[in-house]
Design a protein around this ligand. Structure first.
Ligand SMILES: Cc1ncc(COP(=O)(O)O)c(C=O)c1O
Length: 176
């Protein structure tokens, strides 16, 4: 089924013929502001890929060897790769067979003193069940990073993907 994203026109960069900007520049700034507005967040920062966005979000949490990040086995390889790039260990919590996203009922049992982040993956345009995930995270004081690479424009109880965790990472690979 083909789904049209209404914001596409607003995000289209202007012609570059009249400027010498080659990379980054004002078009990226406009895109970042538009995308932040669409997600209902204060800031959006453009990087080279969804993988790098995840990696940078995890590095910002000072992750490394000796720490763990809880995520799901049903995702694209980049989710676990980004965790491993920091030196931290991925801990996999199974998915809910109804939603195909992190099963929050199994999350609490996976939390240990090494857990430094929880990384639910919003898959196929459907967001993870964020309320119970965030409840566990808040109880243990652990930040939530959203892998929203496949969830542009998705919402959960009115909140946009990318706005329900500390950081949300998106991919603009055409297949996403
Ligand atoms: C769930 C998920 N996470 C992360 C990524 C990585 O994004 P990128 O290919 O832009 O690095 C993808 C890409 O398809 C993805 O589907």
């Amino acid at each position: 089924m083909r789904k049209t994203i209404r914001c596409a026109g607003r995000l289209r960069p202007p012609s570059r013929r009249d400027s010498n900007e080659f990379c980054l520049g004002s078009a990226v700034g406009r895109f970042e502001r538009s995308f932040a507005e669409i997600c209902g967040v204060r800031h959006a920062i453009g990087v080279n890929s969804g993988t790098s966005a995840l990696h940078l979000a995890l590095l910002a949490l000072d992750l490394g060897p000796g720490k763990d990040v809880i995520t799901v086995p049903s995702t694209f390889v980049a989710t676990v790769a980004a965790i491993r790039y920091t030196g931290a260990g991925p801990i996999l919590v199974d998915i809910d067979p109804e939603r195909f996203t992190m099963d929050a009922r199994k999350l609490e049992a996976a939390v240990t003193e090494r857990t430094a982040a929880i990384l639910p993956v919003h898959l196929y345009g459907q967001m993870a069940d964020m309320d119970p995930i965030r409840q566990v995270a808040e109880r243990h004081g652990i930040p939530v990073i959203e892998d929203a690479a496949q969830a542009h424009g998705a919402t959960y109880k009115g909140a946009a993907a990318g706005s329900t965790g500390r950081v949300g990472a998106f991919s603009f690979f055409p297949g996403s």
